[in-house]
Design a protein around this ligand. Sequence first.
Ligand code: NAD
Ligand code: DAU
Length: 335
Amino acid sequence: MRILLTGGCGFIGSAFVRMALSRGHEVTNLDKLTYAGNPANVADVADLPGYRFVHADIADPQAVAGALEGVDVVVNMAAESHVDRSILDPAAFPMTDVVGTAVLLDQARRAGVARFVQVSTDEVYGSIPEGAFRETDPLEPSSPYSASKAGGDLQALAWHRTYGMDVVVTRGSNTYGPRQYPEKLIPLFVTNALDSEPLPVYGDGQQIRDWINVDDHCAGVFAALEHGVAGEVYNVGGGNERTNLEITERILTLTGRDATLIRHVSDRPGHDRRYALATDKLRRLGWAPQVAFPDGLAGTVAWFQANRDWWEPIKSGAYRAYYDAQYGGREVPGS
Ligand code: NAD
Ligand code: DAU
């Protein structure tokens, strides 16, 4: 397939680029290179004949139309992706995650692509105290990020209903692995621990996330791309629920640090307590997660230990200003 992938210089997108090329597909990677987009993430494949890079915004119809020439299918991973940034400054989120998705959908429809995969998130469902979300459950997003993703997700389904476009939506759970920007829980805590810096745990740390390895997430998107039914939604979850404190303790052990680094800070506003996904629908397409969490987390920590030259430059400059705005003055006394 000739795939137009958006957001391929980000965390999951760059893993998807590598997987697609290794499976013999051609990839055009369209990326705006926001703070989260890093050309180093695809440096190892940049010179391969099946790879092409287009520096553009998914909300730019002309640039998108040009990139769509000769393309068979679209996988939309481009997004503003961080919940905390959406709380600090929401403006960019609907621009990319809603408007950009609509522009991309419409240009893809006009170009007559065979399939459009919208990469969405389990956060569109909101929080679930017990059991697991099914694809038919209502969307009740809590944050500006998840509300924006829900907007993109629903537009993709509307393009199927209105125009008969071949659209598939995936809703993935919390993803971890190499090259994740160090603003998210696991890469932030791993890199802070390696530098013996405090680990800021929100609230009581008993919130639950369902963690999936990045390659398992990409394989799930591929299963939906290759075998999904048009107009359908597929949950992509690891079946691997952990509290944030358990994640924190595992990271401390793997980095050889101790609990004195833990700092309880004030909770995230609108913080979802628990996510969990039923994944039998995607499993019926032949997909199942392959990476056991202890192995995947150990491999991720080893990658960050071995690649300081990747993350040390990121954690300076504009990142420091973000970090101070996000964490300054939040420590709970006595924690
Ligand atoms: P990321 O923040 O690491 O990367 C996002 C990429 O999109 C960056 O390369 C950025 O430059 C690019 N981008 C942003 N706005 C753009 C625009 N307007 N036009 C073109 N490119 C743009 O994100 P990620 O964690 O790799 O997530 C990828 C996708 O998967 C997102 O759609 C996200 O919502 C979804 N998702 C992520 C997770 C997770 O845990 N990380 C889980 C489920 C779903
Ligand atoms: O569930 C899928 C979603 O997972 C994706 O759609 C998002 O793109 C991705 O960012 C992620 O969202 P979360 O908000 O769940 O991930 P984050 O890594 O920001 O936080 C995970 C949990 O850890 C959450 O309960 C908040 C908590 N946390 C996070 C940070 C950054 C802390 O306790 N301290 C922190 O410093």
